[in-house]
Design a protein around this ligand. Structure first.
Ligand code: G1P
Length: 289
């Protein structure tokens, strides 16, 4: 079944970027002149996604405004004859069909994803978190979809991380299955000595209706406002021997949700822009290190 919809959980507080995220969604921080979320929507669209479901929360209105039409701005650009900018601005609302849902309280990524269950219905779907930017020839999500198309099972995006970083990620153990990586186990944020590998889960997934069923059961079993994590659903699925696959993403990945990853992405993406590259490269060479 063709995957048409992608869920973007974007309700988080962006604590790693305070104070700027006090009044600005972290997804709207710019890499050169486009917000991070724009790159991620482009990745989804280039992978064949038609509908983007954003799970938002308080303080995230700037995301809705960004993907909406801006009549006043367009009028102003017409008046000034800035046709190229006008075209770029006009394309944004037409990238995909945008749907917004509010997560009333932050109860974990699994809960955010469950909020979209009725909108997804009985279809497989993609999930993209707001942090992981990948610069690659084949869009990262399209790489996951290739594996889904061969297996019809959930697929998790993976990257190799330094042993010292495993405690920030879900870490998986895999086995080779007809040249595909089948996931044997997943440990959420293990200590370095408990990590089964250095293969880390990144925020790109293909989910099937079974994963939603498991998530819904995790929610029923949760007490009070306990957090519901997507990783828990995968761990339960593995316990029941449901097949899950991983895809080691080809390309350069940036954790744009961390300050250092954001800075690296900013420099590398700027160096790819002809109008900025020469001066930036000269500046970087002249810095006294
Ligand atoms: C979540 C997942 C984790 C994954 C990470 C990728 O953690 O639970 O398995 O490695 O996203 O970004 P979070 O970073 O939301 O705490």
């Amino acid at each position: 079944m063709k995957i048409r919809k992608a869920i973007f959980p974007v309700a988080g507080f962006g604590t790693r970027f305070l104070p700027v995220t006090k009044s600005q969604p972290k997804e709207m921080l710019p890499i050169v002149d486009k917000p991070i979320i724009h790159y991620l929507v482009e990745e989804a669209v280039a992978s064949g996604i038609e509908e983007i479901i954003l799970i938002t929360g308080r303080g995230k209105k700037a995301i809705e405004d960004y993907f909406d039409q801006s009549f006043e701005l367009e009028y102003n650009l017409v008046e000034k004859g800035k046709h190229q900018l006008l075209q770029a601005i006009r394309e944004i609302p037409n990238l995909a069909r945008f749907v917004y849902l509010r997560q009333p309280i932050p109860r974990g990524d699994g809960h955010a994803i469950l909020c979209a269950r009725d909108l997804i219905g009985d279809e497989p779907c993609a999930v993209i978190y707001g942090d992981d930017l990948v610069d690659s020839e084949i869009p990262a999500l399209a790489q996951l979809l290739e594996v889904y198309n061969q297996t019809n099972q959930p697929v998790i995006g993976l990257t190799k991380v330094a042993p010292t970083d495993v405690s920030s990620y879900g870490i998986v153990e895999t086995s080779d299955h007809n040249n595909l990586l089948q996931i044997k186990s997943l440990i959420e944020k293990p200590e370095q000595e408990d990590a089964p590998s250095n293969l880390a889960v990144i925020g790109k997934y293909i989910l099937t209706p079974q994963i939603f069923e498991i998530l819904a059961k995790v929610e029923e079993g949760s007490v009070g406002d306990g957090e519901i994590r997507l990783a828990d659903a995968f761990i339960i699925a593995l316990k029941h021997n449901y097949p899950l696959y991983g895809k080691l993403i080809d390309g350069k990945r940036y954790d744009a949700g961390s300050k250092i990853g954001f800075l690296k992405a900013t420099i590398d993406f700027a160096l790819k822009r002809p109008e900025l590259a020469t001066e930036l490269r000269a500046h970087l060479k002249n810095i006294d290190l």
